[in-house]
Write a protein that binds this ligand. Structure first.
Ligand code: NAD
Length: 497
């Protein structure tokens, strides 16, 4: 396949090239197609980075590490990070178009979350690095003169950044922002499904004054391709990854060579607890978002709901009405509430769980199939928002991450039972508690085994707070100063007085 645009393809070829040492370049691998999830049309072809391209990207990043980038003062680096944020904001529509085309998500969603957060991720870490203080400790010595200790932070080195497709710009900049703030250089491997915004960011990096080689992008797939070439490259000092737990296991094996550090944000099978003393309007509205936003393709989304028995029927009926009112449609329509899944492969995976739920005797409250979409949308990867009840807790539908617009609702009778049900999972990413009883909220929150717990809200994020998961949901925490823990090395200096 040629990198030249085909007749069918939309404009925007630079959006899909590799970005190495400040240049947009093709790759030695066979270019691959980028198709719209909305209607299956060809958006363009993507440069495919081979092992030699990854080699060049890593060497560019290594050279940059000790070049102009290292010579900058913190204030100069902070200014560049703000320039990057300004550059994203100045090209808001270009980023929005690219993200919406790749993911098929509603423009209303991407314009409120994905693109603003892409810019905010550089501003927050500019402020964090500027204000990160040092720790000093005085100590006694046998001769009575004493000593002082202080800790120095230095960049960790070249960071491999491997990203998923559900929030492409947001999740990639969540890692690139702190990595650059701390003085590292990066080689980014975006998802093969969503190549555009990472490359578009290359243009912003050049305009913002980022030295060549500090930010590099290589496109391709995972195993036996660009992702694996990157993770096993000895020139990569640490790997930060967001994606599926099983992919994390493969990357961890590669990171073991050379004992390299990892930060993993992985899958989830998140529970929400709805108590009878909740504000029902808030609980229903919040759950409609946590279950169906981004077509359920949010790691923090709710796929398991436990509802206190006295309000079970009312809650289920209202959630059903809300799900049925969600309008499926093209991203540009203002009333579109839900878009398609990312790909045919992912649609088939989600539909596999829909079929399994039916086979195992679930009562389908709503959905469960493929909606009728008018041409050209019938070429896209649509599924219905779906709610089930009646499955045993042992069902794979309840135990495995589906990553689609679906949830299972079960009743509970006591607070202890609710906590036990929520915690009965190998994952531990997020939990939501709906109750107007303040004491209950504070009593339940610490009992939930999850990295982030929301009380009466969902997806509310202060970027200074720790973010990450327990169990199979991840390793490490990022956010604010927590990100600096991963993106820097610390050495202690002990000065005898
Ligand atoms: P994925 O694991 O399939 O792919 C993620 C990235 O890893 C892609 O760029 C892919 O090419 C690459 N990859 C795959 N195999 C690889 C290998 N062996 N070596 C190196 N790279 C490899 O995940 P996905 O389907 O893109 O994303 C969905 C998953 O991401 C879900 O499980 C979701 O829960 C998770 N996720 C987690 C968070 C979080 O913050 N915890 C956020 C978003 C998504």
């Amino acid at each position: 396949m040629s990198l030249a645009q085909t007749e069918e393809a939309a404009p925007g070829p630079r959006d899909r090239l590799n970005f190495i040492a400040g240049e947009f370049v093709a790759g030695s691998g066979e270019p691959f197609e980028n198709r719209s999830p909305v209607d299956g049309r060809l958006l363009g072809v993507v440069a495919h980075a081979g092992e030699d391209d990854v080699e060049r990207a890593v060497s560019a990043a290594r050279d940059a590490l000790s070049g102009d980038w290292a010579g900058l003062t913190i204030d100069q680096r902070v200014e560049i990070l703000h320039n990057i944020a300004d550059g994203i904001t100045a090209r808001f529509d270009a980023f929005l178009d690219a993200e919406v085309a790749d993911t098929g998500k509603p423009r209303s969603l991407a314009s409120h979350i994905d693109i603003p957060r892409g810019a905010a991720n550089f501003r927050i870490f500019a402020d964090v690095i500027k204000n990160a203080g040092s720790e000093f400790f005085t100590m006694a010595t046998p001769d009575g003169s004493g000593a002082i200790n202080y800790a120095l932070r230095s960049p960790k080195g070249v960071i491999g950044v491997i990203c998923p497709w559900n929030l492409p710009l947001l999740l990639m900049t969540w890692k690139v922002g702190p990595a650059l703030a701390a003085g590292n250089t990066v080689v980014v491997k975006p998802s093969e499904e969503t190549p555009s915004t990472a490359t578009l960011l290359g243009e912003v990096m050049n305009a913002a004054g980022v030295p060549k080689g500090v930010y590099n992008v290589v496109h391709g797939f995972g195993p036996g391709s660009t992702g694996e070439f990157l993770t096993r490259h000895p020139g990569i000092d640490a790997i930060t990854f967001t994606g599926e737990t099983v992919t994390g296991e493969a990357i961890m094996r590669e990171a073991a060579r050379g004992v390299r550090d990892i930060s993993f944000e992985l899958g989830g099978k998140n529970a929400a607890l709805v108590f009878a003393d909740c504000d029902m309007d808030k609980a229903v509205e919040g759950t409609l978002r946590s279950a169906f936003a981004n077509c359920g393709q949010v790691c923090l989304g709710t796929e398991r709901l436990y509802v206190e028995r006295p309000v079970f029927d009312e809650f289920t009926a209202r959630l059903k009405a809300g799900a049925q009112a969600l309008k499926l449609g093209a991203p540009e329509h203002a009333d579109t509430g839900m878009g398609p899944l990312i790909s045919a492969v992912h649609r088939d995976k989600v539909l596999g769980y829909y079929e399994r739920a039916a086979r195992e005797g679930a009562r389908t409250v709503t959905g469960g199939g493929v909606p009728e979409m008018a041409p050209p949308l019938n070429g896209g990867f649509w599924v219905e928002p779906t709610i089930w009840t009646g499955l045993p807790e042992t069902s794979p539908v309840i135990r495995e991450e589906i990553f689609g617009p679906c949830c299972h609702i079960a009743p509970f009778d006591t607070e202890d039972e609710a906590v036990a049900l929520a915690n009965d999972t190998d994952y531990g990413l997020a939990g939501v508690v709906w109750t107007e009883n303040l004491t209950r909220a504070h009593r339940v929150a610490p009992k939930l085994r999850a990295g982030i717990i929301w009380i009466n809200c969902w997806f509310l994020r202060d970027l200074r707070t720790p973010f990450g998961g327990m169990g199979k949901s991840g390793i490490g925490r990022e956010g604010g100063l927590h990100s600096l823990e991963f993106y820097t090395e610390t050495s202690n200096v002990c000065v005898k007085l």
